[in-house]
Design a protein around this ligand. Structure first.
Ligand SMILES: [Zn+2]
Length: 193
């Protein structure tokens, strides 16, 4: 359980989309980027934490590079989509990954769980993530993609709030920082209070 907890803290899954959760593994892209997948074994841990593998997959360095290439392509694709254009290079990488078949779901009558049968589970996983990105930038939610308002964060997320007023990637992280900052500024500007 200790291990599960550390994995929980290692990654964030609050962007509202699998593909954006992958893009968010580079934190603070707008200031001092930190790549949380750069740590040894982190790519496999992320795939498991994302629910894409039942066990930690052992990835070759080539596979890890493919995952990171897809991640950067997704980020460029979604950023481009927000600005009204889809960059060719990013589209090519995402299309390449999406080309692989999704695999065959097989239900287990005893456990009630589903196993996905694929000749290349890793390629299937990349395809799932890439298809999620394609669906995002072509579906109705593309107008709901935002970058976190906290200038040093800028994490991409889908605002699924009923009012469409969500400003931060997370209220606990960036929202409370912004509010504390606003309070401090008000306080500074009102020395008499
Ligand atoms: Zn943020």
């Amino acid at each position: 359980m200790v291990h599960a907890r550390s994995v929980e803290n290692e990654f964030r899954f609050n962007s509202g989309r699998l593909s954006l959760d992958l893009a968010a593994t580079v934190r603070r892209r707008a200031s001092v980027p930190k790549d949380v997948l750069a740590v040894s074994g982190a790519c496999g841990r992320w795939l498991r934490a994302a629910g894409l593998f039942a066990d930690y997959p052992k990835l070759s360095s080539e596979s890890e590079a493919q995952l990171l290439e897809l991640r950067e392509a997704i980020w460029r694709l979604v950023k481009g989509s927000m600005e009204g254009n889809l960059p060719d290079g990013a589209v090519a990488v995402v299309n390449d990954a999406a080309r692989y078949p999704l695999g065959t779901p097989q239900l287990n009558s005893v456990s009630g769980t589903v196993s996905v049968i694929s000749e290349d589970p890793f390629a299937t996983t990349l395809s799932i993530i890439a298809r999620d990105a394609i669906e995002l930038v072509t579906g109705p939610l593309r107008h709901r993609v935002k970058a976190c308002d906290q200038p040093d964060c800028a994490m991409l997320f889908v605002d699924t709030s009923p009012t469409g007023q969500r400003r931060w990637c997370s209220m606990q992280r960036c929202g409370s920082r912004a509010k504390a900052h606003t309070f401090k500024r008000r306080h500074e500007l009102s020395p008499g209070q």
